[in-house]
Design a protein around this ligand. Structure first.
Ligand SMILES: O=P(O)(O)OC[C@H]1O[C@H](OP(=O)(O)OP(=O)(O)O)[C@H](O)[C@@H]1O
Ligand SMILES: NC(=O)CC[C@H](N)C(=O)O
Ligand SMILES: [Mg+2]
Length: 508
């Protein structure tokens, strides 16, 4: 996941995009970038780091114009440490295009070769987003016959793009002098929505990954972009839209509801907060059928994302909900940090136990998910060090057993604690006295119940079913090789750690 935003307004958009990116910071902590457009001229600033570190006053002043877009990056392809792979990407022909992307292309490698062999386009980085912008550029070149470029020609190009790229993608692009284009993959895996602002001075349209970015910047949520749909907002602010995929279906990523998104966002008609409450409720039912709640003295969430589920679970089993860990708000989200060394170190820097909540008690720790087991292993140990009698652990999500290829950085099964391990083996690894997991079907049922029109979710990391149907063993091998090629440069890791620790997280 990454956070993306695009806006067309009557007023300068630099501050608006900055504010929206701050609201999306929880989706990417590695790099940030903004492009604005004045007339047909584009102005760009992007760098590694969190939004507050990347944009200084002088950078903001150098971003004029009433049209623009931005991104916060959480790398899933290429290199986390490369400044060149920070987004937005730019190509000068045709027209001048700037693009931001949330998602992951599964055929980026083949497309890269194809782009050179057929289109004679050179790709200079390992980023799948650079591939994507070049595919869009090529298809716009083919579709645009006469000037001026029409919305129909833009949609024709998007139809061709859907035909070539595979995987997950929510995209916002600027076409210099013409407007803002947004589209979502035909499976609707990654989120994208848009809203409008009223008023003589402030009228405008914003497209963003999450509704929280719209609300927090004074935009009224209009609707989600449909899977396969493209929306083109011309420089006058007129909204054109068209379905550009022949058989689109909605399969939002389940991990957005589990962990990625902010709880105050609504994605594809489902409140993320309510989804987490519901997961807490079914987890409670499962717990009651596994062990007598009378053995538990207190329920303690592992901040931040597990709070709604833990709260609901505690209420359901009739036990007190207490805050036993304090989160250092100046440490970012650990799961989306690159490199296991940094993640491990950051758990202890991020969370600290309040002794009085643990001493002599049987505690049930609740987390939203257990992925690599980094957090739970450390936390269980911290609870014991704080004097807990028994330490039970519950996960509001089912075991994460399969790699994700759609924009969550867990490309290899070997790094997943639940891969090829029984629940008992995982329990031993994290050192808990008992371990309870959510059930996959129960999770789909209770989250799905919040939008009856929704038929399915992209939940491959839990059920091993890859919705796009074209992910092969070769793709996993390629991702594994890419990861290995990135290596674990210790200096870079230390650098990353410093950056992450210096920056505050805006995560909900
Ligand atoms: O098993 P692991 O590999 O440790 O990954 C899972 C943990 O990582 C996330 O927390 P994170 O600190 O990223 O963010 P949060 O503050 O939103 O909970 C998630 O909420 C779990 O706590
Ligand atoms: N998490 C994402 O959406 C990543 C976008 C893109 N694949 C990148 O690595 O930059
Ligand atoms: Mg967490």
């Amino acid at each position: 996941m990454c956070g993306i935003v695009g806006v067309i307004s009557k007023q300068p958009v630099n501050q608006l995009i900055y504010d929206a990116l701050l609201l999306l910071q929880h989706r990417g902590q590695d790099a940030a970038g903004i492009v604005t457009m004045q007339g047909t001229k584009c102005f760009m600033h992007k760098a590694r780091g969190m939004v507050r570190d990347v944009f200084r006053t002088r950078n903001m002043r150098a971003l004029p114009g009433t049209v623009g877009l931005g991104q916060v990056r959480y790398p899933t392809a290429g290199n986390a440490y490369s400044e060149e792979e920070a987004q937005p990407f730019y190509v000068n022909a045709p027209f001048g295009i700037v693009l931001v992307h949330n998602g992951n292309l599964t055929n980026a490698h083949d497309l890269k070769k194809e782009l050179f062999a057929i289109d004679r386009r050179h790709i200079n980085t390992e980023s799948d987003t650079e591939v994507l912008i070049n595919i869009l550029a090529h298809e716009l070149e083919v579709a645009a016959r006469n000037l001026p470029l029409s919305p129909e020609e833009v949609f024709k190009a998007v139809r061709a793009v859907h035909g070539r790229i595979k995987g997950s993608y929510a995209v916002v692009a600027l076409i210099a002098g013409y407007g803002l284009l947004a589209f979502r993959d035909p499976y609707g895996i990654r989120p994208l929505c848009f809203g409008t602002a009223e008023g003589e001075e402030t009228a405008g349209v914003m497209v963003a990954s999450e509704s929280v970015a719209l609300e927090g910047t004074g935009h009224k949520f209009q609707r989600d972009v449909a899977p396969g749909e493209a929306i083109f907002i011309d420089t006058e602010g007129r909204i054109h839209s068209e379905q550009c995929a022949p058989s689109a279906t909605l399969n939002p990523c389940m991990f957005e509801y589990v962990y990625l998104a902010r709880p105050d966002s609504v994605i594809d008609g489902i409140s993320v907060y309510q989804a987490r409450l519901n997961m807490g409720e079914t987890l409670a039912q499962r717990l009651i059928s596994t062990m007598p709640p009378s053995e538990i003295d207190v329920v303690i969430p592992i901040p931040e994302s597990s709070r709604p589920s833990a709260m609901q679970l505690a209420q359901k089993i009739g036990k007190p909900y207490r805050e036993g860990f304090v989160k250092n708000r100046y440490v970012g989200r650990t799961f989306i940090m690159p490199g296991q060394g940094v993640r491990k170190k950051s758990v202890r820097q991020k969370l600290n136990a309040i002794g009085v909540e643990f001493k002599g008690r049987n505690v049930l720790l609740v987390d939203d998910s257990i992925v690599r087991g980094t957090t739970s292993k450390e936390i269980v140990q911290m609870a014991r060090e704080a004097g807990a009698n028994k330490v039970y652990m519950a996960s509001a999500a089912p075991p994460v057993r399969y790699p994700n290829v759609y924009g969550i950085d867990m490309p290899t099964k070997e790094e997943l604690i639940a891969h090829n391990r029984s629940i008992e083996e995982i329990r031993q690894f994290i050192g808990a006295d008992a371990l309870i997991y959510q059930d996959v079907d129960a999770m789909k049922r209770v989250v799905g119940a919040l939008n009856p029109a929704l038929r399915s979710f992209e939940a491959s990391c839990f059920d091993g079913h890859y919705i796009t149907g074209d992910v092969s063993v070769k793709d996993f091998e390629t991702m594994k090789a890419q990861r290995a090629a990135q290596g674990g440069d210790e200096e870079e890791m230390a650098d990353r750690s410093r950056l992450a620790l210096q920056s505050g997280s805006e995560a909900g």
